[in-house]
Design a protein around this ligand. Sequence first.
Ligand SMILES: [Zn+2]
Length: 76
Amino acid sequence: MSILYFLYSISIIYGVLVVVEYKRIKCPECGNEDPRKLFEQADKTTVLYYSMQGTPVYRKQMKCGNCGNIFDKNNS
Ligand SMILES: [Zn+2]
């Protein structure tokens, strides 16, 4: 039981890592793709929707720590 659960957890973690690797984000301005220099932040000018608690959920955008360019994660 515990070993099966352990293997299951490993496969989940491995799957997540593969997805992260596949969705590697790159700055369109300077070509920086170092994840330590790319920061996700909320675009407070664009509210996607309001949660059930009434708090706004903002659109996510990426900021490049190398050149300071702000770009859309999905269009990179
Ligand atoms: Zn950049």
